[in-house]
Design a protein around this ligand. Structure first.
Ligand code: PGA
Length: 232
């Protein structure tokens, strides 16, 4: 199975998200049974977006971009894994923007992964080199079943720059991650992925797909990436 995962970050309100679905519906990308297409949305878009996808029978799965590291209770404003369980099958955790801007630690990432798995949501765990070992160690310390997760190598320097890293280097780090998790889960690459470069990543031996930021916001660009994988 190959994966194309979009990450809208803090973009698109509900109205804009529904226009995006119309855009994809008009383009009709080639959805292959061998390629899982997942879009990670702002919380506020998810319910309406899911509705429209099912009305139009578009085989895109949805994910959230964050979840509370706390259980349900007195935590004003937090969105728990229990709440997300009715809405999504996937959730990003540990994105470098959350580590940098919201002080998300490896311990919190592991706690979030635990709550997600407890609610049948697959954690999509983002990693980068400075904290690769530390973060994976923390997952094992908290008894997270890594075989039920998806991992993404996202070098910070490549995010949002239009300059992805060399696919051979990405594959090298994917192999390191694979070794640390005993080859138990899919490993993706993220950082300035586009339709022009996606094949060079998924052609690598240990890269099972891509996480796409900017180019997931435009239906034409995202459909281009889906089509590249479907043709493989
Ligand atoms: P980008 O973002 O594709 O815009 O580089 C990737 C990400 O941050 O997930």
């Amino acid at each position: 199975m190959k994966y194309v995962i979009g990450n809208w970050k803090s973009n698109q309100n509900l109205t804009e998200s529904l226009i995006w679905v119309d855009g994809i519906d008009a383009i009709k990308p080639h959805f292959s049974p061998d390629v899982s297409v997942i879009l990670c949305l702002p919380f506020t878009d998810i319910a309406g977006f899911n509705h429209k996808l099912s009305d139009l029978k578009i085989p895109i799965l949805t994910g959230a971009q964050n979840v509370s590291h706390l259980p349900p209770g007195k935590h004003t404003g937090e969105i728990t894994a229990n709440m997300l369980g009715e809405l999504v099958n996937y959730c990003l955790v540990g994105h470098s923007e959350r580590r940098r801007d919201f002080n998300e630690t490896s311990q919190m990432v592991a706690e979030k992964a635990g709550f997600l798995l407890g609610n049948s949501i697959t954690p999509i765990i983002c990693l980068d080199l400075p904290y690769l070992d530390e973060q994976i160690k923390e997952l094992f310390q908290q008894n997270i079943d890594v075989s039920r997760c998806i991992f993404v190598y996202e070098p910070i320097a490549a995010i949002g720059t239009g300059h992805p890293i060399d696919p051979i280097d990405a594959n090298h780090v994917a192999n390191q991650i694979s070794f640390l998790i005993d080859n138990a889960a899919p490993i993706l690459y993220g950082g300035s992925v586009s339709a022009d470069n996606v094949k060079s990543f998924v052609d690598q031996s240990r890269i099972d797909g891509v996480l796409v930021g900017a180019d997931s916001l435009e239906p034409t660009l995202f459909a281009g990436i889906i089509n590249c994988l479907a043709e493989k």
